[in-house]
Design a protein. Structure first.
Length: 147
């Protein structure tokens, strides 16, 4: 995330944009076990953590609120995780999460996680690392019957 000018800091354009694209149903670890998209019963967000890796003294106080939303073709956009405002000194945050079953999104042709952010740009370029842990429930009966 680039540092913002004084005007951008007042306007609030944070530059998160589209966050990431996921292809869970074709993920190598599932494919190596012979798991097909139709065998995925549920996918839940177990943890979403953001960490500022640089600069060292930067915290998340420049963000007032943050939402992550799941999107897929022909499916309604749904809230997955959220947080804010954040306390001074927090350079690692764990977001609150919803209990949304991501299976319909994860098994769609494409799935995206997008963001809604309010706040201001940090005073200097800031690097944020995102950690996402998903719990995937697979239909073992379907897996065994295909062997």
């Amino acid at each position: 995330m680039e540092g913002g000018s004084l005007i951008e800091q007042w306007v609030g354009d944070l530059g998160f944009g589209g966050f990431l694209n996921l292809d869970i149903s074709n993920h190598e670890s599932l494919a190596n076990q012979g798991i097909k998209p139709e065998q995925i019963d549920s996918v839940r967000l177990a943890e979403m953590r953001l960490e500022i890796t640089s600069p060292d003294a930067q915290d998340f106080t420049f963000i007032e609120s943050l939402e992550f939303l799941a999107e897929a073709p022909e499916l309604e956009q749904k809230l997955v995780a959220f947080g804010g405002p954040f306390r001074e000194g927090e350079s690692v945050i764990i977001l609150d999460r919803t209990d949304l079953d991501l299976a319909p999104y994860a098994t769609a042709e494409t799935m995206s996680i997008t963001t809604n952010v309010t706040g201001r740009r940090p005073p200097q370029d800031t690097t944020i690392k995102a950690f996402l842990r998903l719990d995937v429930d697979v239909n073992v009966t379907g897996l065994l019957s295909s062997l």
